[in-house]
Design a protein around this ligand. Sequence first.
Ligand code: TXA
Ligand code: MG
Length: 319
Amino acid sequence: MIEQIKKAAAILREGGVVALPTETVYGLGANAFNEKALARVFEIKRRPFFDPLILHISNVKWLDNLVIDVPAATRALIEKIWPGPLTIVLPKKNIVPDIATSGLSGVALRMPSNETALALIELAGVPVAAPSANLFGYVSPTTAKHVEEQLGDSVDMIIDAGACTVGIESTIISFMNDTPTLLRPGGTPLEEIESIIGKVMIPKREDFVNHSPGRSEQHYATSAPLLQINDIKEISSIDVNKKIGLLSLEPIDKSILPSNIEAVECLSKNGDLREAACNLFAAMRRLDDCGVDVIAALPVPNTGLGLAINDRLYRASKK
Ligand code: TXA
Ligand code: MG
């Protein structure tokens, strides 16, 4: 692996684009100080330039170079959670190119816990800007194969370090205002964050996009439309001629299901929300790939990682 990491680090330094593993999802990485390389990331992803990138660092020493000030609460939070699935947004210094932040005055920063990612960033010697390595609007990749399928032809290298262990993107907290604000629920439970820094503001869904450009609804979409249902009985409201893929938190007794259910994906054997988050995107892709007309998703509890799962399901349903 170290040879691969060295090669990837050289590609990054030279302005190339590398797909890299993180504990959350695979990222599409480029040297954060190389504007041309960043432009290529947007192009490869077909991502609009108004949707900024997260800068990944391997050492907290980078903070003072990249942001104007790190408030005490932010420091307390990152001390506890980094390296890990948490992204913070703070006022940026001029060294951070505007293209990385889409012209916003804040920059998003994260230290991933995946060993390969940390080694790569360290060897590259620069922060690595990386959005999720999927085409804009589609479900994020949790394996190298997912990346290969969508972006294989357009990246300079894909590092395969196996399946992501968290499987859902980082939680994003903005410290741009006096009250810390949740921009995206994700792999670090909100409860854990609030136990360290106190109450976090949660914008109303319709206000999310004012805080974070990438929060526009319509995201994480599968090709087949996704319908959120409250319970299994609601299946009967779907046209009987439609082939349905069912997404369920826990195992489900198949004998009670109508015959137009083609496939069932159960996210966790015992309803564990961490396991469910880890399996979510791969399960959505599998249902999509088996050619169903509609994916019906049962709800999960809105606690712990359930908040992030429900957020992704809600947004996938808004296509
Ligand atoms: O777990 C993750 O966060 C993964 C891995 C690869 O690190 N990355 C990821 O990146 O999910 P992306 O680009 O797919 O999603 C980042 C989100 C976007 O919705 C973007 O709008 C928001 O973060 N964001 C990035 N920079 C921001 C900023 N300066 N201010 C507000 N929101 C920002
Ligand atoms: Mg993404």
